[in-house]
Write a protein that binds this ligand. Structure first.
Ligand SMILES: Cc1cc2nc3c(=O)[nH]c(=O)nc-3n(C[C@H](O)[C@H](O)[C@H](O)COP(=O)(O)OP(=O)(O)OC[C@H]3O[C@@H](n4cnc5c(N)ncnc54)[C@H](O)[C@@H]3O)c2cc1C
Length: 350
């Protein structure tokens, strides 16, 4: 059988994984990244990964992603550091109700999660203040990764498998037949993160992907589990230099023109949140930054064929790194006709 020629647009976690998986299946792969590899959202991610999802389609992707993170762990400098994920509400009402319902549905999907109360949190994680916790879920299949390490590893694996990975090469996509910068391919995969809407618009394809800005910071602090406070909407994870934390304040932006520095109000919020939550917290902010994510109207990603020979993987709503190992693989399987796309994530659904 002749190898299929496939172009991948975007050298972030999703595009690099797709390039690797396509090349492993003997496709003739060219990846186009307009900047350095990982220069988009991936290098700015906090690196949290878990399989604690309630919907079956999300569970399938997340489970496979964690399985692959684990199998890649130890190759080159990449590590998946297994760490429990604790998410909690400090008030009754919608957030607390959602956690109870999520845990029940996750358990229905055989996720290793349980409901825990304040006393159990204090016993298990003495480093956390838990008096105000009304309800919490604890997921054990979770961990942290270094996004740059994932990029380096997948780029090396893609190249070893035969992919032509081109950096500082902007791709312009056209259709009939699928083309990049004038060269025809059997298929083109667009995994251009927050820029996906622009890249597809060039090809005359419209998708509802909204780019938005979010912020993160590295603070000093002790070893904590991965946290998400569903009432105050912030997260934190352990890190070699302490803690990485960020919050749910999002602002729609132009991904080519946004402030990549975090602002003082954000840093103050993070210090306050960590001081409230972490016992004896000494949490000076050591560095902070902003990055872009992208979401769709239903908050589910676009994953699959969007026009003849044109595939897309985008709109991860802040959860793209943790799903990249599975999303790239699914794109490769879909392009090569080994497996159908994920119905709920059909990019033509809007
Ligand atoms: C502060 C912050 C914290 C986050 N924390 C987490 C987390 O803990 N866990 C998690 O799962 N996710 C997290 N995310 C989200 C995660 O970063 C993204 O979902 C993920 O990196 C998306 O990967 P991607 O490959 O789709 O996109 P990107 O990494 O953005 O890659 C797309 C690439 O396409 C390139 N590109 C664009 N246009 C073109 C063109 N015309 N030609 C060629 N190349 C082009 C860009 O330069 C870019 O490198 C976080 C994001 C931010 C900003």
């Amino acid at each position: 059988m002749t190898a299929r020629s496939v172009a991948v647009v975007g050298g972030g976690a999703v595009g690099l994984t797709a390039a690797y998986d396509l090349a492993c299946r003997d496709a003739d792969v060219t990846l186009y990244e307009r900047d350095d590899l990982g220069a988009g959202s991936t290098s700015r991610a906090a690196g949290i990964a878990y399989d604690a999802y309630a919907e079956d389609v999300d569970v399938a992707l997340a489970e496979r992603a964690i399985e692959r993170f684990r199998s890649f762990s130890g190759e080159r400098d990449f590590r998946f550091a297994r760490t429990p994920y604790l998410w909690f509400a400090t008030e009754g009402g919608a957030a607390a109700g959602a956690i109870r319902e999520q845990v029940e549905r996750m358990r229905h999907h055989d996720r290793d999660v349980e409901l825990v109360d304040a006393e159990a949190i204090r016993r298990r994680f003495p480093v956390l203040r838990a008096d105000d916790v009304v309800v919490a879920g604890l997921a054990r299949t979770a961990g942290t990764v270094d996004p740059a390490g994932y990029v380096d590893l997948l780029a090396a694996k893609a190249r070893d498998a035969g992919a032509d990975v081109r950096t500082h090469t902007t791709a312009s996509v056209a259709l009939d037949p699928p083309r990049v910068n004038g060269a025809a391919y059997d298929a083109v995969v667009v995994a251009a993160g927050a820029w996906t809407g622009d890249v597809l618009a060039d090809a005359g394809v419209s998708v509802p992907v909204e780019p938005y800005r979010v912020q993160a910071a590295v603070a000093g602090g002790p070893a904590i589990p991965i946290l998400y406070d569903a009432t105050r909407e912030y997260y934190a994870r352990p890190h070699a230099q302490g803690i990485i934390a960020g919050d749910g304040v999002t602002t729609p932006v132009d991904p080519d023109d946004y402030d990549g520095e975090a602002d003082d109000a954000f840093r103050d919020r993070i210090v306050e949140r960590l001081r409230e939550r972490v016992v004896n917290a000494n949490v000076p902010i050591e560095r902070s930054w902003a990055g872009v994510c992208a979401r769709t109207p239903d908050n589910d990603p676009l994953l699959g064929e969007v026009a003849d020979g044109l595939y897309v993987g985008a709109g991860w709503n802040g959860h793209g790194l943790m799903r990249a190992p599975a999303a790239g693989e699914r794109l490769a399987e879909d392009v090569l006709g080994e497996r159908d796309g994920v119905g709920a994530f059909d990019p033509t659904r809007f």
